[in-house]
Design a binder for this molecule. Structure first.
Ligand code: NAP
Length: 494
């Protein structure tokens, strides 16, 4: 539908972004925040046409898309507030002690923007993790121009949002090149973006293969750059014995909803459920199976995702000693994903890497363990995850110290008695996790802390007050929180 950008056009856009960087980074935090808020206004002004376009392109229902648009607007506004508040800058000041031997210099540190950021939007979040999504908002807050590669599964939606960003840029007098929107099918364009010398960071959400390929390309550059790829996660759920005895059927009902939410197309979808085999687990499995049978298949985001889901699902169910417990009683139509539950014994799971892979869609595998030791064994063999969940009583947690530690060790968000789907946008959220969930477990792609991904620290040593950035001046003209001589304060330095 849209013409692919040529390599020359891609290079031209990056040159423009590089020029824009030198102007944009000098703008005040207030000005950056005003730009982000203007984008939110322009997205809102797109009204129903945006929702209708996204519905056609993604097969997602209206209510979900309305909610996601509201979330995107909230992200832009709240990250704009955070940008201005400047906590993310981590301003640190240690004043000079000339009488010390040797004399201690005046040192003042803050984060500064990295440079142009390339964003690969997610297919499963056409607004919130796409063109004007979390990565773009964080990069703008940090002081970086953005080049978005539109996801081909919602190119028209992406085009509309890009138009809103460009309108806001014009209204706020942003430098030309602050934002570029590129269509490119095939991997050549994506690679050209990531390997261009003026690109200084990448945000990606999607498959492991795609995220890792771009990470590797960036690391092979003459000057490697950070790539924040959010890739797969199976989000294991550990059902602990006392909790399972108390409420097996209720948990099953809650999990049937979480596994099939948005046809399972969430990075936080619970793909593995681990428990000790026995009567209580059987009650859980029976109830979960009953619920899943009654949930109709949904049309997936694009034919490629539906094809992958069906192939991976069929392959998993065909593995030795995997038992299919339940599939939806409604036959799937073209490009639909069938809700499916299977079981396997832990010793089989531990020996078969195919069963550890993410199956992106409404699928979950229940792992039956002999005892708590085998649950621990499973936890120790799982790869890095965005989330892990414990369904547990206080006694369960207290009596299974080692298991709790092992589960915490593999994830970025550790949930007690809930479901992993649903990611709150706030400062205390961590949406990231050890590899292969992401390429850098230290950073979150949700919440204003995500701004830090696109900035780096610089220490200013012995600089005259008048030459320092406002954030570090003695008089604290921005009235921001700073750590001065090891005390958090907004005070002026006398
Ligand atoms: P994807 O295939 O990883 O594609 C995401 C974006 O990255 C697209 O713009 C794609 O370009 C680009 N890309 C992928 N591989 C590349 C490479 N080697 N070099 C350069 N660019 C590359 O993700 P998807 O289309 O959204 O979905 C495919 C699968 O990804 C799903 O079935 C699911 O398994 C997984 N997924 C996971 C999550 C999650 O949150 N964990 C979210 C969405 C999808 P092209 O479109 O031109 O190929």
């Amino acid at each position: 539908m849209f013409k692919d950008a040529t390599i020359d056009e891609i290079n031209g856009s990056i040159e423009l972004a590089w020029k824009a960087f030198h102007d944009y980074r000098k703008l005040s935090l207030k000005h950056r925040a005003a730009f982000m808020k203007a984008i939110a206004v322009e997205i809102d002004a797109l009204g129903t046409s945006l929702i209708e376009t996204a519905m056609k392109e993604t097969n997602l229902p209206e209510a979900r898309l309305m909610g996601e648009r509201a979330r995107t607007i909230f992200q832009l506004n709240s990250y704009a507030d955070a940008c201005e508040k400047a906590d993310w800058l981590e301003a640190r000041i240690d004043t000079a002690i000339p009488t010390k031997t040797p004399p201690k210099p005046d040192l003042r540190k803050m984060l500064v923007p990295l440079g142009p950021v390339v964003v690969f939007g997610a297919s499963n979040f056409p607004f919130a993790y796409s063109t004007a999504g979390g990565d773009t908002a964080c990069a703008f807050a940090a002081g970086c121009p953005v080049i978005v590669k539109a996801h081909p599964a919602h190119a028209q939606t992406s085009e509309l949002v890009a138009g809103a960003i460009l309108k806001a840029a014009e209204k706020c007098n942003m430098p030309k090149g602050i934002f570029t929107h590129i269509h490119s099918s095939g991997f050549e364009g994506g690679r050209a973006l990531v390997t261009h010398t003026h690109v200084r960071a990448v945000g990606f959400t999607g498959s492991f293969i795609g995220g890792k390929a771009l990470f590797d390309a960036a690391n092979q550059r003459k000057e490697p750059i950070p790539v924040f790829s959010e890739m797969g996660s199976v989000n294991p759920v550990f059902l602990m014995p006392e909790k399972l005895k108390e409420s097996a059927a209720d948990i099953a009902k809650m999990y049937a909803g979480s596994i099939t939410l948005s046809t399972g197309q969430f990075c936080t979808n619970p793909g593995l459920i681990i428990a000790v085999d026995g009567n209580d687990l059987n009650i859980f499995i029976d109830k979960l199976g009953e619920e899943i049978k009654n949930i109709a298949p949904g049309t997936m985001l694009h034919p490629g995702i539906a094809k992958l889901y069906n192939e991976k699902r069929i392959s998993a169910l065909a593995q030795k000693d995997v038992e299919t417990v339940s599939v939806s009683s409604v036959a799937p139509k073209e490009n639909q994903g069938t809700p499916t539950i299977a079981t396997v014994h832990a010793h089989v799971f531990l020996d078969n890497p195919v069963l550890h892979q993410e199956i992106f869609g409404p699928y979950s595998l229940v792992i039956k363990c002999k005892d708590a030791n085998e649950m621990l064994e499973v936890a120790k063999h799982l790869e890095g995850q965005l989330t892990s969940t414990l369904m547990a009583t206080v006694n369960d947690v207290r009596e299974n110290d080692e298991l709790v530690e092992a589960v915490k060790n593999i994830c970025g968000r550790f949930i007690l008695n809930g479901v992993p789907t649903g990611v709150e946008v706030c400062l205390s959220m961590h949406h990231g996790g050890p590899f292969p969930a992401t390429t850098d477990s230290r950073y979150s792609s949700v919440g204003a802390d995500g701004i830090k991904r696109f900035a780096r620290p610089v220490s200013f040593q012995n600089w005259a007050n008048e030459l320092l950035p406002d954030e570090l001046k003695n008089e604290n003209p921005l009235h921001i929180w700073r750590t001065v001589n090891n005390e958090l304060t907004k005070d002026v330095i006398k």
